[in-house]
Design a protein around this ligand. Structure first.
Ligand SMILES: [Zn+2]
Length: 268
């Protein structure tokens, strides 16, 4: 039988994981017993493509893009505040998997020194939209097209769960940071209260058919360490926007690591 290696820690100690299975599932799930990561060891590229084209960016000027930006603006503004505590004079930023460009927009509003804007986005319509919105930015379809290797800040928000080879990309991003550069990474939390309750029905996680990696704190940290990061910090700050009671609940969930998203900032 073919040996399946963990895409995070490289261990061969992986077993079939059936708990995520449901009707019409196109992915085969595997769990690594070494780092506890769960991943799709097999999937249908056709089903993946079909879901990307119908679910994400129907056109470069789709109303969906502006809608997503307004829904997520508070989340990004919060994250920007956290980033500036770690680095407030960075000149260059790369957004890997930039999507709508909403995060970049929020970041540029609060980081006056950031003048060099780079983004990688492989969805064709999203890339055109980014080019229109950031005319001075350098926008690529793949990381290989980008020749810069001394970024002050690299962010990758809700992107790594879609990757087939997350460790290789993470190492590539590590290599592209300046000595005091920072990587900001967020992924859906496999142990979020939401996922624990909804299981296969959680559209933020397993129920999204384009997700291939299912991180928890242990597996995300394992990937970051393996790629060389020495200082790894999980963010669990108090939200700045919205209803006060909701903010308290979100804060507690972040502290106990059961919030929908895991957020990390790391240095070399
Ligand atoms: Zn592993």
């Amino acid at each position: 039988m073919e040996q399946i290696l963990c895409p995070i820690c490289g261990s061969a100690e992986t077993v079939i994981f059936k708990k995520f299975d449901s009707a019409n599932e196109h992915r085969t799930f595997q769990k690594c017993t070494a780092c506890s990561h769960i991943f799709a060891s097999n999937f249908s590229p056709e089903v993946l493509e079909e879901n990307y084209s119908k679910g994400y960016y129907p056109s470069p000027d789709s109303a969906k893009i502006t809608q997503w930006i307004s829904i997520n603006r508070h989340i990004w503004q919060d994250l920007c505040r956290d980033i500036l505590k770690f680095q407030n004079n960075g000149k260059s930023i790369l957004d890997f998997g930039a999507g709508t460009g909403g995060f970049l927009e929020s970041f540029l509003e609060v980081s006056p020194y950031t003048k060099e804007i780079y983004a990688v986005e492989n969805a064709k319509n999203a890339k055109i939209n980014l080019q229109n919105r950031f005319p001075s930015g350098k926008i690529y379809s793949t990381l290989e097209e980008c020749s810069k290797y001394d970024f002050d800040c690299i962010v990758s928000l809700q992107c790594f769960e879609h990757l087939d080879e997350p460790s290789a990309i993470c190492k590539n991003l590590y290599d592209r940071l300046s000595d005091d550069g920072i990587l900001v990474i967020t992924v859906p939390n496999r142990y979020s209260l939401r996922t624990l309750l909804l299981k296969q029905r959680d559209v933020f996680n397993i129920a999204n058919p384009t997700h291939l990696q299912f991180f928890n704190i242990k597996s995300l940290t394992a990937m970051l360490r393996r790629c060389g990061f020495k200082k790894i910090c999980r963010l669990a700050s108090f939200p700045q926007n919205g209803n006060f009671h909701k903010r308290i609940i979100t804060f507690i969930m972040r502290k106990f690591a059961i919030s929908s998203e895991l957020r990390f900032i790391c240095r070399k």
